[in-house]
Design a protein around this ligand. Structure first.
Ligand SMILES: Cc1cc2nc3c(=O)[nH]c(=O)nc-3n(C[C@H](O)[C@H](O)[C@H](O)COP(=O)(O)OP(=O)(O)OC[C@H]3O[C@@H](n4cnc5c(N)ncnc54)[C@H](O)[C@@H]3O)c2cc1C
Length: 314
């Protein structure tokens, strides 16, 4: 019988799990080295779309479950979730519409909508404005009785106070040393935040070089990069390249850069780790990390699976 739950990690994975446990009245505490703006989650774009995460079948199932929850949250403007048209393009050849996108209403874009690209499709998706949504999750968790202890770094999961009988590991790329797990790769992403643009839709091109423009309530996220690197510092030349590329596509003058962010997408070669295990001290641990470029997209589906694995979903 679970009495108290320790969640390691205050990114979108940890916060979403924390909300589910606390709202079921389990004593739940988050422990995290970094909180708020310093997490990878705060650097994300963060639009719903399965990208750079494995394995494909499970990823699509968790993503679709998350989609439903986010559509519900988008009805409340306080959540920071809204629905937006995502226009996904290819610079070469005909971009395939993924099978799972057809029931969601994906439509091929006609040629006159494609000034720079060769082909594209449009799809209505949830967009989480991280400047609002992460606070929304935090407040929802705290209002349900949860608490967050920041600036706590564990060298191993057994260091979590023994008074917690269930440990949930949502450490993102930090799981590489915490577990340890050599299967995790840092897929570094850099973005530039520019002033609000009235685009009316998001533009994404996954062909190299990765390019996206995601308009949010108060600003716009220009991206991006995806490279195997541990480098946390902003690279000014990359920012210039991103801003020039997005401005060219959107046919606007280069906007001023309000902020630059770097995050390490926690990509796991063998797939998202969502499994129940035992710590060396006999306690149950549930791992929930390795979501790569889809942490927001998979958040609610994976958090519900964590509840299942804990035997508490009934
Ligand atoms: C530029 C960029 C754009 C992105 N765009 C999107 C997008 O549009 N849509 C989408 O779905 N996803 C996107 N992603 C991916 C998404 O951001 C990640 O998948 C997601 O943030 C991972 O969340 P997490 O909670 O698992 O990890 P994190 O946000 O990294 O949180 C991990 C937490 O664990 C803590 N921690 C780690 N190690 C320890 C330790 N040893 N002791 C204590 N605490 C520890 C950290 O301090 C932190 O609090 C993007 C990522 C980047 C970088």
């Amino acid at each position: 019988m679970v009495k108290s739950v320790a969640i390691v990690g205050a990114g979108v994975s940890g916060l979403t799990c924390a909300v589910l446990f606390a709202e079921r009245s389990y004593r739940t505490v988050i422990f995290a080295e970094e909180t708020g703006e310093r997490t990878t989650s705060a650097a994300a774009a963060a639009i719903w779309y399965p990208y750079d995460a494995e394995p494909a079948d499970s990823v699509i199932a968790w993503a679709l479950e998350t989609y439903k929850v986010l559509v519900g949250l988008s009805r409340d403007s306080q959540t920071g979730v809204s629905m937006i048209e995502l226009r996904s393009f290819s610079r070469t050849g005909e971009i395939p519409i993924p099978e799972w996108a057809i029931p969601l209403g994906a439509k091929r874009l006609v040629r006159d909508m494609l000034p720079v690209f060769n082909s594209g499709f449009a799809l209505g998706v949830p967009l989480m404005d991280t400047t609002i949504y992460l606070d929304y999750l935090t407040n929802r968790f705290v209002n349900a009785g949860g608490s967050i202890n920041g600036n706590v770094r564990f060298e191993k999961l057994e260091k979590v106070d023994p008074k917690f009988d269930l440990v949930i590991n949502c450490a993102g790329i930090g799981a590489r040393t915490l577990v340890p797990d050599a299967d995790l790769e840092p897929h570094r992403g850099q973005v530039a935040i520019v002033p609000k643009l009235d685009l009316g839709h998001a533009v994404v091109c996954d062909d190299f070089p990765l390019m996206y423009a995601i308009p949010r309530a108060n600003d716009c996220v220009f991206g991006g990069t995806n490279e195997l690197s541990d480098h946390h510092d902003v690279d000014p030349a990359t920012t210039s390249r991103i801003v020039a590329g997005c401005s060219r596509v959107l046919k606007i003058d280069k906007p001023k850069v309000l902020a630059e962010r770097v995050g390490l997408r926690p990509f796991r070669k063998s797939g998202v780790r969502l499994e129940r295990n035992r710590l060396r001290d006999g306690r149950t641990v549930i791992h929930n990390y390795g979501h790569g470029g889809s942490g927001f997209t998979l958040s609610w589906g994976c958090a519900k699976k964590v509840l299942d694995l804990a035997g508490l979903s009934g």
